[in-house]
Design a protein around this ligand. Structure first.
Ligand SMILES: Cc1cc2nc3c(=O)[nH]c(=O)nc-3n(C[C@H](O)[C@H](O)[C@H](O)COP(=O)(O)OP(=O)(O)OC[C@H]3O[C@@H](n4cnc5c(N)ncnc54)[C@H](O)[C@@H]3O)c2cc1C
Length: 411
């Protein structure tokens, strides 16, 4: 058994954990990030980097290097509803430096953060390191037992961060209460080839019984087909050929290539969860990102909220953590501040996601497939008055209470 002591131990090397690890190390805080996988190469994750995150990159002086990584730019969001095209958001109308969503595979984003972070002397990333249980000392979380390829590692820390995603082992081990907001949908993810003459923009196709989101990845389409919660068994029972036919009926463009889906292994089920912790912290421990609030894929905002949490946490905690005279108990008194700062954006965003899931997606999925879907009046308004498209662009791209980097950079 090996031992390691650090000022801050972060469980989870996703967007929230890697960004907070970078920001704290940049300020001169000793930080260890634990990631249970050996790399960041996992498919079908949140892949949309919104203007709020691009703004953070700019504030860190990393924007140009970041945008040198492979990505596509989505300047508008278009949908097809009942076969009629409409533009529902236009980022070029926002008064911000980056007027687009960068569509970038999450592994590129995380590799980029890792490459920047490892340049900092205070940053340590342990791969194949799974946080297994918490160490408690006199009622305070004082570290983590970590399962590694080389056996058990004991990491003691003045602050532990749970950034281990929506199935967080840390929040479960800490006994933090979770409030489930419910989700009537699940999502099937798949890749389909791009063909000459395809549109180059990402978008959505909605009709009675169907909702398909299509992300243009340059050399392939990443598609998300929304199904009723628990509906996968019924879809499988109808057979793969019927599934291909349904895809083609909502996106005729794919008629010549749905055969690329050869087995059910080519179609990944992602169970949608929307929840949040009643309290994000306990002495010695703070949860952020999906570990504090699992987000629905609606709006593709989960990565960006995770980043905003990391920026807010660093703004509150970096200076006290840098000061060795500040005790672990004194740091605990600051954790509620981070929750207070991020609670409102989280609640409002989740409320909007739940409303869209329940009022728009669920009725569409159970609607009569023989009838074309009528365009809802808000979409008609957006289509008719282009200036209004700035409103959804702001809501999705920037969101409630955007964070700015205030944590310092060590000399
Ligand atoms: C179907 C679906 C589609 C989505 N699409 C989008 C989208 O397009 N855009 C968007 O912005 N968001 C999207 N999201 C949401 C987004 O993926 C998440 O909100 C975001 O990734 C949360 O970041 P995080 O760092 O908090 O957690 P995660 O990204 O879940 O990262 C947690 C990390 O912790 C690691 N880990 C887990 N347990 C342990 C442990 N015990 N010890 C050590 N490491 C551990 C994991 O391997 C992982 O790397 C989607 C979500 C779903 C379910």
């Amino acid at each position: 058994m090996k031992n390691l002591h650090t000022r801050c131990c972060i469980a989870g090397g996703g967007p929230a954990g890697m960004m907070l690890g970078y920001l704290l190390a940049r300020a001169g805080v000793d930080v260890v990030v634990l990631e249970k996988h050996g790399d960041f190469l996992r498919d079908f994750r949140g892949d949309t980097i919104h203007p709020s995150t691009l703004q953070v990159m700019q504030e860190l002086g990393l924007l140009d290097a970041f945008l040198a990584r492979p990505h596509n730019k989505a300047r508008v969001l278009r949908v097809s509803i009942g076969g009629v095209e409409a533009t529902v958001a236009d980022f070029s109308r926002l008064r911000i430096p980056c007027k687009f969503i960068a569509m970038m595979p999450q592994w590129e984003f995380l590799d980029f953060l890792r490459d920047q972070a490892v340049l900092l002397p205070n940053f340590q990333l342990l791969l194949n390191a799974e946080a297994a249980s918490l160490i408690e000392d006199s009622g305070r979380v004082a570290g983590v037992h970590v399962q590694t390829g080389d056996g058990l590692l004991v990491v003691t820390a003045d602050l532990v961060i749970g950034a281990d995603g929506r199935r967080s082992a840390i929040r479960a081990a800490a006994g933090l209460q979770v409030r489930d907001l419910g989700a009537p949908i699940d999502v099937l993810w798949m890749r389909l080839p791009v063909a000459p003459g395809d549109p180059t923009e990402s978008g959505g196709r909605i009709d009675n019984g169907h909702f398909l989101a299509m992300i243009h990845r340059g050399d392939y389409w990443q598609c998300a087909y929304v199904i009723p919660k628990g509906g996968i068994a019924a879809i499988r029972a109808q057979g793969l050929e019927q599934f291909r036919t349904e895809l083609t009926s909502v996106a005729p463009l794919f008629a010549d290539r749905v055969q690329a889906l050869q087995t059910w292994d080519d179609i990944k089920l992602l169970t949608v969860t929307v929840d949040r912790l009643e309290r994000w912290w306990k002495p010695g421990l703070l949860c952020i990102g999906d570990a504090a609030h699992a987000m629905s894929p609606v709006g593709g905002v989960g990565v960006n909220l995770a980043i905003q949490d990391a920026v807010a946490a660093a703004n509150v905690l970096a200076i006290p953590l840098m000061d060795r005279a500040v005790t672990a108990d004194e740091i605990t008194t600051l954790l509620a501040q981070v929750e207070r700062r991020r609670s409102l954006p989280t609640r409002l965003t989740q409320a909007a996601q739940v409303a869209i899931q329940n009022r728009l997606l669920a009725p569409v999925l159970t609607g009569d497939r023989r009838q074309p879907l009528a365009m809802p009046w808000p979409v008609k308004l957006l289509n008719r008055w282009p200036a209004l498209r700035a409103l959804p662009a702001y809501a999705v791209g920037i969101g409630v209470r955007p964070e700015h980097v205030r944590s310092p950079k060590a000399n």
